[in-house]
Design a protein around this ligand. Structure first.
Ligand code: FAD
Ligand code: MLT
Ligand code: ZN
Length: 433
């Protein structure tokens, strides 16, 4: 794979949107392919050039344009790093409605373009709900101003949704307007053990019902994921005694009344313990312990990278079926791979990862197309939150009917007739020009 030609917008320049527009106009007129690039943390190869594409890296378009404390609406440029926005908002008493392990590098334009989900979607919903407006530069250099800051606006088609999750294939996101929730100070985190997957599901149902409005994360990992983190990341330790539990759940609550929220969570945990849903657990006593619990969950992708080669699958599935796939995959691969399952259980999103010493075509043929067929059979999605990028573009038909994919291709053709924006990504190769 040849690396592309890298263009960066100039720092300190107030006119960067015009520069992106000029670059695209130029590339379009000469049929030069372009790869929009944010923090380059994507997991499906969407931000990397395949041949000789021009990379338009957005890092220097990183200004915060405005923040309205009354409405909580933030307007910023697409190249702002998510963690910088989190820090900015923290100082204003607000939070970003999304959070993910890659926050230190990923950019809001990349988040919007991948429709990133992350760790708190269960509470704050997806970017389709939180993004109020976008400014987008089209393939021909035209700038489309959809940068509304209104919560309600039913004047015709809401075109910004086309760009949320379009992975740089329809336009470059130069500005984002996003609704941010106020920061609530009562945060509690529990790290729990369950002896079987059925208990994890029941715990989720109970948590939704009993913790209700204060539930802000419900994440799960199996014992093999925990082992990976403990074996490969420095300074991470298991907060529970080393008994063999099969599953672990991280529950976070966020609310505005510390004694009430704590009591509510403690009552819930007691009830879950008595009902036999959890076999052990620890409730963080301070912010450091809470961060150490989160480090276990957020550290899994890093631990997998350190462990060797990894085949990554990001699937939406009915919660009750989800872990069957992990077990079936283990049976298929027997001792040739370490099959781990973790993810955003509260959103029905499984991260199935298969770790091996090195990449091997033999192992790949055991995994694919089985994993996609299984997901399709259970009416799941072969990409819950990471997108299709280069690596999964050809698998789209497992999740979308042919007529829908054809309509996607028509929209692409209309917005980018010369096919310069992120070629070979998102749409199957048979339909991308
Ligand atoms: P990039 O990787 O640079 O690009 C991603 C795609 O968006 C590419 O197709 C690119 O062309 C396009 N793009 C980027 N910027 C723009 C722009 N301004 N305009 C138009 N197109 C653009 N994802 C989740 O959903 N949930 C998670 O919990 C999560 N956790 C992660 C944890 C780790 C440790 C890592 C490494 C990744 C994780 N990811 C997660 C995946 C990744 O971080 C997200 O997809 C993220 O939104 C990508 O943002 P980015 O700025 O790095 O985009
Ligand atoms: C996560 O939830 O940790 C991410 O989506 C990243 C990954 O699955 O590797
Ligand atoms: Zn995830």
């Amino acid at each position: 794979m040849k690396s592309g030609w890298r263009l960066q917008t100039q720092t300190g320049c107030t006119n960067t949107k015009a520069q992106v527009s000029q670059i695209l106009k130029y590339c379009n007129s000469r049929c030069l392919a372009v790869v929009p690039q944010g923090g380059n943390t994507g997991l499906v190869g969407g931000s990397v050039p395949v041949f000789d594409e021009v990379i338009v890296n957005m890092s220097l378009m990183n200004n915060i344009i405005s923040f309205d404390k009354v409405s909580g609406i933030l307007v910023c440029e697409g190249g702002c790093i998510l963690e910088n926005l989190i820090t900015f908002l923290d100082n204003q008493g607000f939070i970003m409605p999304l959070d993910l392990g890659a926050k230190g590098s990923c950019q809001i334009g990349g988040n919007v373009s991948t429709n990133a989900g992350g760790l708190r979607l269960v509470r704050y919903g997806s970017l389709h709900g939180n993004v109020l407006g976008l400014e987008v530069v089209l393939a021909d250099g035209n700038v489309i101003d959809m940068l509304g800051t209104l919560r309600k606006d039913n004047t015709g088609y809401d075109l910004k949704h086309l760009f949320i999750g379009s992975e740089g294939s329809l336009g470059i996101v130069s500005k984002v307007s996003i609704l941010t929730p106020p920061k609530l100070f009562s945060v509690n985190v529990a790290f729990l053990a369950c002896s079987d997957y059925f208990s994890c599901q029941k715990l989720l149902m109970e948590a939704k019902r009993k913790l209700g409005e204060i539930l802000s994360a419900f994440e799960f990992l199996d014992s093999k994921s925990l082992d990976l983190v403990l074996n490969h990341l420095d300074g991470v330790r298991n907060p529970l005694p080393p008994t063999l539990h099969k599953f672990y759940i991280l529950i976070e609550t966020t609310g505005s009344d510390e004694p009430y929220d704590r009591q509510k969570l403690e009552g819930f945990l007691l009830h879950a313990m008595e009902a036999g849903l959890i076999s052990d657990g620890a409730l963080a006593q301070d912010i450091n312990q809470a961060s150490s619990f989160w480090r276990i969950r957020e550290g899994i992708p890093e631990a997998l990278m350190k462990a060797g080669a990894v085949y990554k699958y990001d699937l939406s599935l009915p919660v009750e079926k989800m872990y069957d796939l992990v077990e079936e995959m283990r049976t298929r691969l027997s001792d040739s791979a370490n099959v781990v399952g973790y993810g955003h259980l509260g959103d029905g999103n499984l991260h199935l990862n298969i770790s091996t010493a090195q990449y091997d075509d033999g192992i790949l043929t055991q995994i694919e197309p089985f994993v996609y067929e299984w997901t399709s059979k259970h009416r799941g999605s072969i990409s819950a939150e990471h997108g299709l990028g280069l690596m999964k573009a050809n698998e789209i038909f497992y999740s979308k009917p042919t007529a829908t994919v054809s309509l996607m291709a028509s929209i692409k053709k209309m917005l980018d007739p010369k096919g310069i924006l992120n070629p070979y990504k998102v749409l199957p190769h048979s339909l991308s020009s």
